[in-house]
Design a protein around this ligand. Sequence first.
Ligand code: NAD
Length: 517
Amino acid sequence: MTAALKHSLADLEAPASLLSDQPQTRTRIAVAYGDGIGPEIMAATLSILDLAGADLGYDTIEIGEKVYERGVSAGIEPESWDTLRANKVFLKAPITTPQGGGFKSLNVTTRKTLGLYANVRPCVAYTPFVASKHPGMDVVIVRENEEDTYGGIEHRQTSEVTQCLKLISRPGCEKIVRYAFEYARSTGRKRVSCFTKDNIMKATDGLFHQVFDEIAPEYPEIEHDHWIIDIGAAMLADQPERFDVIVTPNLYGDIISDIAAQIAGSVGLCGTSNIGEDCAMFEAIHGSAPDIAGQDVANPSGLILAAVQMLVHLGKPDVAERIHNALLATIEDGIHTPDLYDPDVSQLKVGTAEFADAVIDRLDLKPRQLKAVQYHTAPEPAEVKVLSRKVPPSKPFKQLVGVDVFLDWDEPRRDPQRLAARLKYVSQSSGLELQMITNRGVKVWPSGFPETFCTDHWRCRFVPRQAHEKFEQDVSTTPKQLILLLTHLDNHGLDVIKTENLYTFDGKPGYSLGQGQ
Ligand code: NAD
């Protein structure tokens, strides 16, 4: 029997009491075998962990397809959260998400439920043993994991228009930016680059960039720079050697981490960690590969490298180093699973379990050509707590200075002049005055261009009459005045679909101007 098969599928069916029947001194982790190739690559990975001396105990939970099919829309049974929260560290194999609606993404749920705010993905080229467009590439993407448009707060507001809220918080930015610098410091990396789109999204991405600029000077030994995401992503794809660690909000991070893995040539070899203040989850980046499941051909390297990250996180850098170097030596010796097999460089085509055995055989070896890793010299695993920073020094003075009223208005000509005339008439006794109308963010009144395409979704900005007359930004209004305005609008049959209050903070507008304003 191969070593990898010692962790057989029987583990999956064993009662929880048996699974927990291991010495309590061991560090215990939660493990899920997942779907498709998951059980095979997990068995291979756990066998390597055991024989490398990781000294871990495993509490197995069931996740994925079978759980979804039992009608649990989250793909994880409620009691499994207790196991995850008790163990704090979760090694997860990929799962199959059933086709059709009604199923929630288990990854998104796990990240948000356990507060796993940092997604860390090292993307490394293994040339000449694995083809890569960028030999020598070695970039780590640190992606914010909880905020941005991934809150999933979406609404259909009119026949034609839907919206998705992009939420970025100061504590969220502080945690991820600090994590990126701590990670760079603990792994001996030299530069952290921030990617945002703050030339367009000045409030949300602007906050991310601002927090990056505030925190960077606390790490003087690490260089830092900022890139607008579009040119940054282009540079990453073309000249990845310019980058070392990249920190970026959720959506951009999702996209560039796949680009980075792809151009490194290491999609099948990439492991990733999701780190929170209390808990952490480690997995391969690929899916459950149902097309090759059960054939003992899957490459377990992604999950093995995720387990390496987990060992560093658990404070077992010596074991992490043994396994990682053994994996590199195996790849270098040309022992390849079918996905990597290339007659020009490979020596032996092996299955999943045999590949694990080859890694185990090399646990005391280092690669000769690929760069050997060193974890045992790292001071400590990156650890981040949000500090109660004194920036800004105190809570800013917040003042209500107006309201954006969003209307579903679909008169045949969609003429902003007609809408403005009606709104001015309707609002005249509310104390608030119409200041501008935009359509999908573009100003269409008081002046605009007939070429601007208008949907049925109108943002109408109202400010106190005095502010409007004197062109002042800081004249306050009251919630009662806003309610009065909404009452007038409703009485005249205008369809208010939502409102956004306009605030200044210490006199500075906390809202964007209309494009063209
Ligand atoms: P996939 O990554 O599973 O497979 C894409 C291709 O890569 C397939 O040809 C597959 O055979 C191959 N492949 C993937 N991993 C491999 C490995 N370790 N060794 C050798 N070949 C490998 O992507 P997909 O086909 O789009 O998705 C399949 C299922 O996985 C879907 O249900 C999807 O929702 C799910 N998925 C899960 C996760 C996760 O659990 N984290 C991530 C992505 C996709």
